[in-house]
Design a protein around this ligand. Structure first.
Ligand code: SF4
Length: 73
């Protein structure tokens, strides 16, 4: 995957929802999601390149609210 990197985009309303954030933390196999003290979702930038494109996060969140974007250099 040289030259490719991933960005994970989450709608602001979903990112503030502690219940959905908790689910995302649970499903991602490579810990791209974390939670702030107030429960809000935080994207762990350092882990983004570990994304396996498994789509579990997309299935765990309301339709269209989480997007995995493939970027190329
Ligand atoms: S596609 Fe899979 S590995 Fe990538 S962020 Fe979503 S749950 Fe994590």
């Amino acid at each position: 995957m040289a030259g490719m990197f991933i960005d994970v985009q989450v709608d602001a309303a979903v990112a503030k929802d502690a219940a959905i954030a908790k689910k995302l933390v649970e499903v991602c196999p490579v810990n791209i999601f974390a939670q702030e003290k107030d429960g809000a979702l935080r994207i762990v930038e350092a882990n983004l390149d570990e994304c396996t494109l498994c789509d579990l996060c997309i299935q765990a969140a309301p339709a269209g609210s989480v997007r995995i974007v493939k970027l190329y250099e």
